[in-house]
Write a protein that binds this ligand. Structure first.
Ligand SMILES: C[S@@+](CC[C@H](N)C(=O)[O-])C[C@H]1O[C@@H](n2cnc3c(N)ncnc32)[C@H](O)[C@@H]1O
Length: 305
């Protein structure tokens, strides 16, 4: 079972009108949507999007509520998906980034460094590039760059070099083969701290699913479809994601985006968002104890002006 993070504050901020139309861009196991439905009237509706077909099929079977429409798709295509559904305005949009426990628990998907499986990590299995392609075919410098940028992995270069040494001998097909290579490429002290493959797996997942680009692309579309006073809620799980969300919300809430030093404003920028909480909402100790994923979760909320 996926345990939704920051459930109370998420629903509190997502809900602006019990009769409204809501979009869950990352329905996953449906935890946030289910909690929202409990607060909505019978005439409300929720559009539940996920790019992972298995996840969507599973949640569709469990969450039978005629106010919900399930849509298989990538949230980076939000405007097109909403057009196809005839939705012109939304009262609230939720984006809960990352992978779900359901995906991690499906060993064969290759997301977990604890389970042996073919290197895959695609959320949408119709996409052409999997983790296998990145590890076995990418240029060595690009692998190091991906591990450094998306995993903030300080041993990115030595892990990339070890990958390349190994793949010359034979392809690296499985998650545990990769874990072994990582373990051999980092100092013993590092191996004793957190799991040494954690950052590499995060980086590969971000690359395979183009996760950061997707966040950049969805946010302007979400603002466009929100009705005035509707809320955009985004939960991120690491600093790379949170930085993108924070920068976007700050820029969209500014009166002026002129370069510093200009004597008068020439940009005529119109703010489209009002930030609801200056600091991100984080989980309390009790939630972090019960759900370790919550430790790194940050919820940012902004209202459409
Ligand atoms: C953290 S889980 C969401 C959990 C959900 N809020 C719940 O309470 O069960 C993230 C989900 O977003 C989906 N996802 C990630 N990136 C996506 C994208 N670009 N478009 C659509 N779905 C995406 C994943 O497949 C995954 O199911």
């Amino acid at each position: 079972m996926h345990q939704p993070v920051l459930l109370g504050p998420s629903v509190e901020n997502w809900l602006t009108d019990p009769h409204g139309c809501y979009i869950d861009c990352t329905v996953g196991g449906g935890g946030h949507t289910k909690a929202l439905l409990e607060k909505l009237s019978q005439d409300a509706q929720v559009l539940a999007i996920d790019r992972d077909k298995d996840t969507l099929d599973n949640t569709r079977r469990q969450l039978t509520d005629n106010r919900v429409r399930f849509i298989e798709g990538d949230f980076r295509d939000l405007s097109v998906l909403l057009d196809e559904e005839g939705i012109k305005q939304a009262d609230g949009i939720m984006i809960d980034l990352g992978v779900s426990s359901f995906q991690l628990d499906q060993a064969e998907r290759g997301f977990s460094f604890h389970e042996d499986a073919r290197l895959d990590m695609r959320m949408d299995r119709s996409e052409p590039i999997s983790a296998w392609d990145v590890v076995n075919q990418y240029d060595p410098a690009d692998i190091a760059d991906i591990l450094f940028r998306y995993g903030e992995e300080k041993y990115a270069r030595s892990i990339a070099a070890a990958i390349v040494r190994q793949r010359i001998i034979k392809p690296i097909d499985t998650t545990l083969q990769l874990v072994e290579i990582i373990q051999g490429a980092v100092p013993a002290k590092y191996r004793r701290e957190k799991h040494p493959a954690r950052k590499t797996f995060q980086a590969l997942r971000i690359e395979v699913n183009r996760e950061l680009e997707a966040i950049e692309e969805v946010m302007p579309q979400a603002v466009e479809v929100l009705r005035p006073s509707g809320h955009l809620c985004i939960i991120s799980f690491h600093s790379l994601e949170d930085r993108i969300v924070k920068t976007f919300m700050q820029k969209e809430s500014k009166e002026c985006v002129c370069p510093p030093g200009l004597p008068v404003c020439i940009c005529k920028h119109q703010p489209r968002l009002r930030i609801i909480a200056r600091k991100p909402i984080i989980a309390d100790e009790e939630e972090c104890e019960a759900n370790p994923r919550a430790r790194s979760a940050k919820l940012r909320v902004a209202a459409r002006i």
